[in-house]
Design a protein around this ligand. Sequence first.
Ligand code: HEM
Length: 400
Amino acid sequence: GLAVAGGAGAVAGAGLQLAASPDQPTPTAPTNTVALGSVGSQTVPFHGARQAGIATPIQRQAHARIAAFDLVPGADAAALRTLLQRWTTAAEALTTGRPAGNRTDTMTADSGPAALTVTVGFGPSLFGTVFPASARPAALAPLPAFGGESLDAARSDGDLGVLVCADDPVVVFSALRTLEQLAAGVATPRWQFAGFTRGRGVTTNEGATVRNLMGQLDGTKNPKPSEATFGKTVFVSADGWMRGGSYLVVRRIRMLLDEWEELPVTAQEQVIGRKKASGAPLSGGVETTPANFGRRGPDGELLIPADSHVRLAAAAFNRGAAMLRRGYSFADPQPGGGVEAGLIFLAWQADPRTGFVPVHQNLIAGKDRLSRFTRHEAGALFAMPGGVTRGEYLGQRLFE
Ligand code: HEM
């Protein structure tokens, strides 16, 4: 294990004052609370063998923010440990609708937890600095460079990654704000992306696939918790500090919507390999019908084109590589009245070397037709460790 000297002292030296800790009373409950509705009162258990927010039973919360932090110069493993203890205590409170940290406002309590999840992990850059390089799992090697991409370094990578999701955007903002404040003196924000997907209660079938901003059903062929291979695909089963954890690949992918929207729908369907309205594969059937990649039309052409997105991304053509895609749309207003829209692509897997990496390489090598309408702008990789039981803190096994 890793030897960690010191304790809370390393952070106390940074001049932090904390209102909430396990042995102190929680801040006074707000007096103007309203009765919570069916959305606000939802909770996702924070404790468990796996962190919440990866394969939560709730399909997917409507709002998300993902943020990266860098340790301040001089912060050591002991300071990081104290930070993780604070974040754990805060997440325990916030996910049950109690205020946390030194925030005295009532934002979260008035809304309820709204299915809040807080998922925390480590970037490759923590190893060789705070932790010995030898403690870095092979799966956490920095991702290779991919042909044709130029990622914005200022909005990529980071020592720590935090994904905050809830069905209320105020809860998401407030929770992340709390975590930022608790990090003061130890870690500073590096970048942050905000995203959204279909609102809770909008459809009668909460489990139905959501649409992205290109208008496609996105997530159809995701691994399903009901499948026998789900756990092995998404979560780390090997012994070590990452056991029960998952690797998160983040990508800010901008959509060139002006160009995309000029395409007739039939051409858009050839780009993906599925029907736009129903999500059915172009080989026939309904959304859930397995794609038949060998099937040809009367003209002899493949019904699912050779350079279509689903063919190049399918596990069958990538030696079984698969990942759980759980992204969020973004539509960020720009000065001058424009908007940058796209997908905060979030992909969870047991190992990116048998998940995102070969699939993305195949999409590039095969000249994925979709890539004419997208630009990868920024990216990151985080090792999100397994979950915690009461009394443990996030990432604890990395310090043992
Ligand atoms: C499938 C859209 C980027 C991997 C799909 C589908 C759509 C879609 C509409 C078909 C429905 C489904 O199964 O979900 C997009 C858009 C992207 C994007 C709009 C960028 C803005 C990526 C990237 C990767 C990826 C970067 C991985 C490197 C996959 C995989 C499938 C898929 C593995 C399932 C393929 C299958 O087995 O049928 N995507 N995608 N996608 N996509 Fe993407």
